[in-house]
Design a protein around this ligand. Structure first.
Ligand SMILES: Nc1nc2c(c(=O)[nH]1)N[C@H]1C(S)=C(S)[C@@H](COP(=O)(O)OP(=O)(O)OC[C@H]3O[C@@H](n4cnc5c(=O)[nH]c(N)nc54)[C@H](O)[C@@H]3O)O[C@H]1N2
Ligand SMILES: Nc1nc2c(c(=O)[nH]1)N[C@H]1C(S)=C(S)[C@@H](COP(=O)(O)OP(=O)(O)OC[C@H]3O[C@@H](n4cnc5c(=O)[nH]c(N)nc54)[C@H](O)[C@@H]3O)O[C@H]1N2
Ligand code: SF4
Ligand SMILES: [Mo]
Length: 706
């Protein structure tokens, strides 16, 4: 029995990027576990991934190319060869290109796999060469990234490991224990050492229950809370004037803006008492090192970008950046010296190519946009579950004239509508290197076993497609190793001493950014903004030019040239009594659709262990809201608005504020009660910056069924 232990890395779109060890006996995986040597993830895998081999060996895996046999959506397929699948794609695409032009082909992908090779950018170069429409990817964090770049600059960061030195930790719109589990031990260690942990979340999550103080804020009002904190900090004389003078710009203007947000006004907006606002502000200012960890969920409303602008001003105002374990953590991904353009090849996008936001898939397929879409190619994503306007998406996918190809592990809700399904390898069958958006380690993933069936990594998929479509550039002959060698700037100082050979010996490597106990990069400013300082008043906003790096190619920001408000402000929700009283009278409940503890977005929504853990789709509702509707715990209910409806089990609980309901994301429509899930009701509206989604800015009604 030849036993082998192989270095791996969890492939998912999760800040933790756990280092894994896969045990293989005679070519079969017998165990997948966390690598105990990894300083951040420390040997633990979460409930989603700790039985990853069951995903790999699932009876439901797509292992061969499939061709549709029955009606669209019925999931009736027959096995065909790769040659036949590629020939069909070539014929259909050639016809479509000749008749409608290449821009009528729309690629659609996100982060089913996050690896540098097989992740977000895997197909960009291919589709750019083809001249397909550019898919603008703004599913998560594009408002926050824009706002953070404007205020502190991309690489401004706190090492998540240096949270152990913090004395005051605000977890703001983040459910750490479910969504960033491996950060929790560092926070808990600080807590044991006397730090106060504060959670700002409308919901008493698993994380809020472990905190010292839970502040159940009204959704979408965080910008007002942060401005109210500034108001108090300034009024109470708690500003670190020396830090502000040396390392920030725009204090006088910010002071005027903050003056508009006295605690009493902010209390009316946020539902947090004026006294609590004062306490929070004073404690944050005085209990140094103080730190904020913001979640992706912060941006999902009309004021999301402004919330991040305001929150990102706070640590500079009180000098938290002076200390190890002080500041604000957005995501440390920018520390990795990536060559995104080398992966995506935006230089190959033909001038004038249409850009279609992924959020607009429903309207795009319904023919409501300027570009007529005749073919859709999906990989690393399951838009039926994760995109808004689910009814419209499903209807569009049902179009007989739409040629849909989906590369997948499973016949997902989206793949069920495909004309051709192509088999994709899982992480145990492919080579990749992972950056992280939650820690500062590069992690290697070696293939542990041969690809099952005829599945291929995304790199190989696009090599095959390129050759099929007659692309002859040597770019398409690069091996996975060639791609990795070009995808990172290996000569960058943060990668000094780190190489593929070294990763093959250790499995992971910490970037050369010094140890966590010495991580204080902004003690003396050094912010990567245009002025080199924290920009309370943003020069980028004044210039009207919010440009994001092209790693989410297509998202080129707001280039309208219209100057934006250079100071953070509060914008009320799109769907709220203040802004839309008629809608609020009809649909009085604000729905949140956060992440499920046991699913990774829609991944694992089809697998027994995770489904068992998650239980049926539920909607959390406060007792007073349940009583008003004659609902008891466990009742079947319909959650609806003008956009659509889904059915769920009511879970009556004090864990949510009155006026807020919570229905976790991830369930598949196939197994749902009425064929619809949470995105049947979410709005297509964008947040204030970055064309980010607004799924916390959604009004609904809940009613008993029958
Ligand atoms: N278990 C699990 N982990 C995951 C994922 C998963 O699907 N499952 N997905 C991964 C991905 S892709 C991402 S982007 C991250 C997301 O990680 P998070 O940002 O933590 O995502 P959410 O769970 O959507 O939201 C976190 C919390 O924000 C609260 N919230 C919602 N709206 C507001 C608001 O307006 N203000 C405030 N203050 N709080 C609000 C919600 O109640 C929720 O408890 O998680 C990653 N990790
Ligand atoms: N209502 C609501 N909607 C949301 C969110 C929310 O909080 N609420 N969150 C949003 C956010 S933050 C995100 S990140 C998106 C997530 O949206 P997606 O990135 O689409 O996430 P998943 O649902 O995990 O879909 C990934 C699919 O990729 C497939 N896949 C995995 N690995 C590979 C591979 O190597 N090759 C190929 N070809 N396929 C692979 C998986 O099997 C899976 O079906 O959802 C967004 N939608
Ligand atoms: S999903 Fe996140 S926590 Fe779970 S194993 Fe993967 S990286 Fe770790
Ligand atoms: Mo995400």
């Amino acid at each position: 029995m030849a036993e082998q232990v192989v270095f791996g890395a969890c492939p998912h779109d999760c800040p933790d990027t756990c280092a894994m060890l896969t045990t293989v006996v005679d070519g079969q995986v017998v165990d997948v576990r966390g690598n105990p040597d990894h300083p951040f993830t420390r040997g633990g895998l979460c409930v989603k991934v700790n039985n990853y081999q069951d995903r790999v060996y699932s009876q439901d895996r797509v292992l061969y190319p499939l061709k549709r046999r029955g009606a669209k959506g019925h999931g009736d397929f027959e096995r065909i060869s790769w040659e036949a699948a590629l020939a069909e794609i070539k014929t259909r695409w050639t016809d479509i290109i000749n008749q409608y032009g290449p821009a009528s082909i729309l690629p659609y992908s996100y982060l089913g796999t996050e690896g540098i090779l097989n992740g977000l950018n895997a197909g960009d170069a291919f589709f750019n060469k083809l001249g397909a429409s550019v898919s603008e990817r703004t599913f998560c964090d594009s408002a926050a990234i824009s706002a953070f770049f404007m205020t502190c600059g991309p690489t401004a960061a706190v090492d998540p490991e240096s949270f152990v030195y913090s004395k005051y930790i605000i977890l703001w719109a983040i459910n750490t224990i479910s969504n960033n589990l491996h950060h929790w031990p560092f926070i808990a260690e600080a807590q044991r050492n006397g730090a106060k942990v504060v959670v700002i979340d409308p919901v008493a999550t698993r994380t809020a229950k472990q905190a010292d103080w839970h502040i159940p804020i009204r959704p979408g009002t965080d910008a007002a809370l942060a401005l109210g904190m500034m108001n108090v900090i300034i009024a109470e004389g708690l500003v670190d004037h020396d830090y502000v003078e040396r390392y920030t710009v725009g204090y006088d203007e910010l002071k005027l803006r903050a003056a508009e947000f006295p605690p009493e006004r902010v209390a009316r907006i946020t539902g947090v008492s004026a006294e609590d606002i004062r306490t929070l502000a004073c404690e944050f200012a005085t209990r140094q090192p103080s730190v904020i960890r913001m979640g992706v969920a912060i941006e999902r409303n009309a004021s999301g970008g402004n919330a991040v602008r305001a929150m990102s001003c706070l640590p500079a105002l009180v000098g938290s950046w002076r200390h190890c374990g002080g500041g604000i953590l957005h995501m440390p991904i920018w520390a990795f010296p990536m060559n995104w353009d080398g992966l995506s090849r935006p230089d190959w996008i033909p001038p004038g190519t249409p850009v279609i936001n992924q959020w607009r898939l429903g309207p795009a397929l319904a023919g409501e946009l300027d570009t007529q879409i005749k073919s859709l190619f999906v990989y690393n994503s399951n838009p039926v579950v994760v995109a808004p306007e689910q009814d419209k998406v499903v209807q569009g996918l049902g179009r007989e004239d739409l040629f849909t190809v989906v590369s997948e592990h499973f016949v997902t809700d989206t793949a069920r509508y495909a004309d051709i399904v192509l088999p994709a390898t899982t992480q145990l069958e492919q080579f990749d290197v992972m950056f992280s958006w939650g820690h500062l380690y590069l992690t290697l993933n070696e293939p542990a076993i041969e690809p099952l069936g005829e599945s291929v990594p995304n790199t190989e998929l696009f090599r095959r497609l390129a050759h099929t479509m007659g692309f002859t550039d040597p770019y398409w002959d690069r091996t996975d190793e060639d791609i990795i060698l070009g995808a990172l700037d290996w000569s960058h100082p943060v990668l000094e001493g780190i190489s593929l050979e070294q990763l093959r010996k250790t499995g992971w490597a910490r970037l050369n950014v010094g140890p966590p106990e010495a991580f204080v990069p902004h003690r003396e400013g050094n912010f990567p903004t245009p002025s080199g300082k924290v920009e309370f008043k943003s020069s980028i906003a004044e210039g009207g030019n919010l440009v994001l790096p092209l790693f989410r190619q297509g998202y080129t920001g707001d280039q309208s040239g219209e100057p934006l408000d250079p100071l953070p402000n509060f914008i009320p929700q799109n769907e709220a009594p203040e802004t839309n009283p008629d809608l609020a009278a009809k649909y009085p409940l604000n729905m949140l659709s956060p992440k499920s503890h046991a699913f990774l977005n829609s991944s694992y929504g089809n697998l027994d262990a995770q489904l068992y853990h998650a239980g049926e789709q539920m909607v959390l509702i406060n007792g007073s809201d349940a009583d008003a509707r004659g609902l008891a715990n466990g009742d079947a209910v319909r959650v609806f608005n003008d956009r659509g409806a889904f059915e769920a089990i009511a879970r009556v609980t004090p864990d949510v504020r009155t006026g807020v309901v919570v229905a976790p994301l991830g369930y598949w429509t196939k197994d749902s009660r009425n064929g619809r899930t949470v995105n049947a009701i979410n709005p297509p509206a964008f947040a204030d910056y970055g064309r980010a989604p607004t799924f916390s800015d959604t009004l609904v009604e809940v009613a008993p069924i029958g």
